[in-house]
Design a protein around this ligand. Structure first.
Ligand code: 3PG
Length: 381
């Protein structure tokens, strides 16, 4: 796979696919490690006098976090110099790209606002048709979206010389070193649909929305949370089909025995036996933590994906922080995946050096660990 070192960048128009997809709270994009790290590659390109155009996404259609990238530009400007252009493939974007000077960078708006992002196979795809002719080089710096066969991830290498960005290169080099035989999987987060790939009989500690779906699959009624899960999860296609499939895979999967909910806007814990309840679940409870920490202590190697609860609110980050602390003390190799967890490690002030590898990727890393081919990497050759 080619890297930035293989190209002369001076005066070249570079289309850079970054991943700055971040947590959103009440429509506010929270500062993230992804944003900070993405800025490193942008700075490298600026320093080398390229003309840089960044494309990226935030959230998914129909979800609350499906937002413009205007706030991201502001956050990026803490680490680099970049101007937000409120357009993607329209006249405003094209003219801004054409007017770029060497050493300047712009960020276009959320690439997922254009429907063709989801249809890379489409003939005359509006994104590639408009953008490809304007560039000299395509750089994929978004390992964390490489599991998505989406236009901005897989299509440009067909039309432009292409390579990996600094961050993508770093992730791949670290992953090549990973040895996670006899691994304990701690699977959480808000995107449960892919976790199912790792349910192959190895020990799993279920966390986050995934844990709740496991309980539902096992016949538990969580009350209000059942309805919330149907709406909140990214389970593609049929929710009921997913739960049915999950039911057949629940071998060696540990699930929570208590939960923390938002009770009069405060953290309150309830045993699983007390459900169904009319509250939204925000974290795992103390008893679950005790049970999980005992298992973590004995694990020879650990892969953790996604938080145990809602880490965007301090009072519900407890489960995630305690698990991370225990994982950081594991003697074997540990891999942490997902933007939320790298942010949580930073906020919890646990020494990052105590982990084997902290990846900014959630789903992409999981697919990699499950041995699947990642379309984004395949397309780079
Ligand atoms: C992530 O957050 O894992 C990446 O940005 C990919 O986002 P997606 O799951 O919405 O495609």
């Amino acid at each position: 796979m080619k890297t930035l070192k293989d190209f002369v960048l001076k005066n070249k128009k570079v289309l850079l696919r970054s991943d700055i997809n971040s947590d959103v709270l009440d429509k506010k994009v929270l500062p993230s490690e992804r944003i900070k790290e993405a800025a490193e590659t942008i700075n490298y390109l600026i320093k080398n006098k390229a003309k840089v155009v960044v494309i990226a996404h935030q959230g998914n259609f129909g979800k609350e976090d499906f937002l413009s990238l205007k706030q991201h530009a502001k956050l990026l400007n803490k680490y680099t110099k970049i101007r937000f252009v409120d357009d993607i493939i329209g006249e405003k974007a094209v003219s801004s790209i054409n007017k770029l000077r060497s050493g300047e960078a712009i960020l276009l708006n959320n690439i997922r606002f254009i429907e063709d992002e989801m249809h890379p196979e489409k003939e005359n795809n509006a994104i590639t048709k408009t953008l490809s002719p304007l560039f000299d080089l395509y750089v994929n710096d978004a390992f964390s979206v490489c599991h998505r066969a989406q236009t901005s991830v897989v299509s440009f290498p067909k039309y432009l010389p292409s390579c990996a960005g600094l961050l993508l290169e770093k992730e791949i080099k670290s992953l090549e070193k990973i040895s996670i035989k006899d691994c304990l999987y701690i699977l959480g987060g808000a995107k449960p649909e892919e976790n199912i790939k790792l349910l192959r009989g190895k020990k799993v500690l279920a966390c986050g929305l995934f844990a709740q779906l496991c309980l539902v699959a096992d016949g538990k009624d969580l009350g209000y949370q059942n309805e919330f899960l149907k709406k909140a999860t990214l389970v593609k296609g049929n929710y009921y089909e997913f739960v049915k499939k999950l039911k057949t895979k629940l071998v060696n999967v540990e699930t929570p025995v208590d939960f923390a909910v938002s009770f009069n806007k405060k953290r309150k814990e309830f045993d699983l036996d007390e459900f169904p309840l009319n509250y939204e679940i925000e974290d795992i409870g103390k008893k679950t933590l005790e049970k999980y920490l005992k298992i973590i202590k004995k694990a020879p190697a650990i892969y953790m994906k996604g938080p145990a609860g809602n880490t965007s609110k301090k009072e519900y980050a407890k489960g995630t922080y305690e698990i991370l602390k225990a994982v950081s003390n594991c003697k074997g190799f540990t891999v942490i995946g997902g933007g939320h967890l790298s942010d949580a490690i930073k906020n919890s002030k646990i020494n990052t050096k105590k982990f084997g590898h902290i990846s900014l990727s959630g789903g992409a890393l999981l697919n990699y660990i499950a041995g699947e081919k990642l379309p984004g990497l395949e397309s780079l050759g």
